[in-house]
Design a protein around this ligand. Structure first.
Ligand code: ZN
Length: 738
């Protein structure tokens, strides 16, 4: 539409200048011509505009909404030509082709079209939007099909297993029925493209008009191509043929397998079909054996976690569990563990559903509930086969859990997966399933919780500060940088390429055993594990983001931050995150160093009651002491072992869960290393009878509760003075001996 024509329409009052402006704006993004946009502008009287334009053009106007040209004419005009030039063939008159166009005055287009068609063309005027709609209807997307085909690359190295199976006449016959070569080419092309993109799954879904092929790359589905829905049945039949499914059955779901060859490699595919509204949906999962790396180093565990994993999977007994949602790479991790311990001297058996990869030297059993071969039944028979290592694909029920953990207790290394969110909740999940606390405490070695985060594309990632909310929430210090995705050719504009594991490795030490056997809640297990050096999923992810391998967005998507998480005191000199345990040790050490400079003595208070700890702390600090805390005997024992050189005296409660005060005192006194550390027992009045017993056990003094501040200060000073005298005398004695 020319400017003069626009002005004419405005002058005649059919449209306003604003409407023209709107249309011009719209045209910029839609690129379908001004008239097309104008007809879509609100308040435009389409009929009036069209009639007036027809008069200006001096070309007849034809409403083609209900018009259907003959098949013969349609055949003469390929769909692509119609779409490109925006016309629809209407009729033939005196050797001329009559076409409907939205812009019949575009003579250069008409010239080009005449040249392409090799005949004279006469244009009449029609609504451009209706023309476009009619083209789609009349041709049912032949152009889309051509597009789909042309976007697919042929790869001569590609073949499907059934293609090699030339002897099978049934299949040959069916193949014929499934359509001719364009369909085979389309299906092959889809597979080749999927493998080039490195995708794990292909989804083929029928819509109303077109079928859509989507591919999962690095965990996310992306639309790959479309083809006309009329080809859908043929495509599905072709897929069913190559995966040995029944092509006549379209009403029930089916599962099959196929194997294709590309670039000299074999790819196994698991195929499943599902009836849905517009036709069957097919999902092809690509099981790329050659791409599966089973090297432990590649899993990306941080140092301590890696060490603990290696220790636990080479033990001859106990359970190692891997946990996480579907698609978090649990199976790959388990296979890597198996691969690492696989040697000729051990008998390794797996029970899986399904067996995803065949591993050399390992007996793999497929679960089959229909024939009674459930996880638990298979596991029972396996245990009679004298295994050293048993891998159970998944623990889903109490029975399986019970047998697996019992096996772990009785001289087998058991590997398995569970569907839980994090490592501590795996323990509570097993307890909910009905596993006995003591059995759990004595059979568990290690739990790995896992997620897959996307790896930033190294070619295009760029440095960036996290958003303000993140910085404020976690107290991010200045100068710490992260990276964010950009998108380039190498990563198909996604900004990410490949994935990496994010882990939380819970190591079952003595303290953890204690906590498990008294049924401690998730939060307590988590805290204890983090104090013991575990990075939770969030922290491990953060470390990988700090190293520039992934982004903060990926970390936040895959994990949630511990409630109390702050960066303060958590970054080491190299800018990496330290574990909570590590940073606590540093903090304690720093505090002690500071107190040494001031010539202050350090007291460790062990009590399960926070209010008593606070009181003792307050009283002793105001008397010039440095105070460390532990919330039970086990914890106190941990602190003492770690920091014995800097602790001058221990005050411990008498009654505590886990390790009681008495046990704690005995344990300390049984260990010569701690001979120089005085112990004071806190007892309540009702325990007075036990005081003698307490002193017998090795405590140096006792203080009755409720604690009286003056008395506490005096007793602590008295005991310390006594030890100082003993120590001086011992040194004097040494001198005398010389
Ligand atoms: Zn990139």
């Amino acid at each position: 539409m020319l400017l003069a024509q626009q002005q004419h329409l405005v002058k005649s009052g059919i449209i306003s200048q604003e409407q023209i402006d709107d249309a011009l704006q719209m045209q910029k993004t839609e690129k379908k011509g001004l008239l097309f946009s104008l007809l879509a502008v609100e308040g435009v009287d389409a009929e009036a505009v069209l009639q007036r334009l027809a008069r200006i053009y001096k070309v007849p106007y034809l409403n083609i909404s209900d018009f259907k040209p003959s098949e013969e004419i349609l055949k003469k005009c390929p769909e692509k030509l119609c779409t490109d030039f925006g016309f629809m063939p209407v009729d033939e008159q005196h050797g001329e082709l009559v076409i409907a166009m939205g812009n019949p005055m575009d003579f250069s287009a008409l010239d080009a079209l005449q040249f392409k068609l090799g005949r004279r063309v006469k244009a009449i005027f029609s609504r451009p939007d209706i023309i476009q709609k009619k083209i789609r209807e009349l041709y049912q997307g032949d152009a889309a099909f051509e597009d789909a085909m042309s976007s697919l690359e042929d790869d001569s190295s590609f073949s499907t297993e059934s293609d090699e199976d030339t002897n099978d006449t049934d299949i040959a016959a069916l193949k014929k029925g499934a359509g001719d070569s364009p369909i085979i080419k389309l299906v092959n092309g889809i597979m080749v493209q999927a493998m080039k993109m490195g995708s794990s799954d292909i989804h083929i879904e029928a819509g109303e008009r077109v079928s859509v092929v989507r591919m999962r790359v690095d965990g996310r589905l992306r639309a790959a191509l479309k083809f006309p829905v009329k080809a859908h049945v043929l495509v599905l039949s072709r897929i069913k043929i190559i995966s040995n499914l029944d092509i006549s059955n379209t009403r029930t779901p089916q599962d099959g397998r196929t194997r294709v060859k590309l670039w000299g490699k074999s790819f196994d595919m698991r195929v499943s079909t599902l009836p849905s509204m517009h036709g069957e949906k097919a999902v092809l999962r690509i099981l790329d054996k050659s791409g599966l790396s089973l090297d432990l180093d590649i899993l990306g565990f941080e140092k301590l976690a890696d060490q603990r994993v290696r220790e636990c999977i080479t033990k001859s007994t106990g359970a190692v569990l891997v946990t996480g949602p579907t698609g978090s790479g649990k199976t790959t991790t388990l296979y890597s563990f198996l691969h690492h311990i696989n040697d000729a001297e051990s008998n390794l058996i797996t029970v899986e559903d399904p067996v995803e990869f065949q591993l050399k030297g390992i007996n793999q059993v497929q679960v089959n509930p229909k024939s009674g071969m459930t996880f638990s039944a298979a596991l029972r028979s396996i245990l009679r086969q004298d295994p050293d290592v048993v891998m159970v694909g998944e623990i889903r029920d109490e029975e399986t859990a019970e047998i697996a953990l019992h096996a772990a207790q009785t001289g087998h290394l058991v590997l398995s997966t569970l569907h839980t969110n994090d490592a501590p909740s795996t323990i509570t999940r097993l307890i909910e399933m009905g596993i006995e606390l003591n059995m759990l405490a004595s059979s568990l070695n290690l739990i790995v919780a896992q997620r897959l985060a996307r790896r930033l594309c190294p070619k295009c990632k760029k440095k960036a500060l996290p958003d303000k909310g993140f910085c404020e929430r976690f107290g991010l210090p200045d100068g710490v940088e992260f990276y964010e995705p950009v998108g380039c050719k190498a990563c198909m504009n996604i900004g990410y390429k490949g994935r990496l594991g994010v882990h939380e490795v819970l190591y079952v030490n003595e303290r953890m055993k204690e906590l498990i056997s008294r049924g401690a809640p998730d939060g307590e297990l988590m805290q204890a594990a983090r104090e013991d050096g575990m990075f939770c999923l969030f922290e491990d992810g953060l470390n990988k983001a700090l190293a520039g391998i992934t982004s903060i967005a990926e970390v936040m998507r895959n994990s949630s931050a511990p409630e109390d998480f702050k960066f303060e005191g958590r970054l080491d000199e190299g800018g990496a995150l330290m574990s909570l345990g590590e940073s606590m040790k540093l903090r304690d050490a720093a505090r002690i160093t500071a107190s040494v400079g001031l010539d202050r003595q350090t007291v460790l208070i062990v009590d399960d009651s926070k209010s008593i700890r606070n009181l003792v702390k307050f009283v002793l600090q105001s008397d010039g002491f440095e105070v460390l805390e532990a919330d039970d005997g086990q914890h106190g024992w941990d602190v003492l072992q770690r920091l014995s050189a800097s602790i001058d005296l221990v005050v411990t409660d008498y009654e505590m869960p886990n390790m009681s005060g008495l046990e704690f005192v005995k344990k300390v006194r049984d260990n010569q290393r701690f001979d120089g550390i005085p112990l004071v027992l806190l007892t309540s009045r009702k325990d007075e009878d036990d005081e003698v017993f307490g002193l017998d056990s090795g405590a140096d003094d006792y203080i009755g509760k409720p604690v009286e501040p003056m008395k506490l200060q005096a007793r602590v000073r008295k005991v310390l003075a006594m030890y100082a005298r003993i120590s001086a005398a011992a040194q004097g004695g040494n001198h005398a001996g010389n």
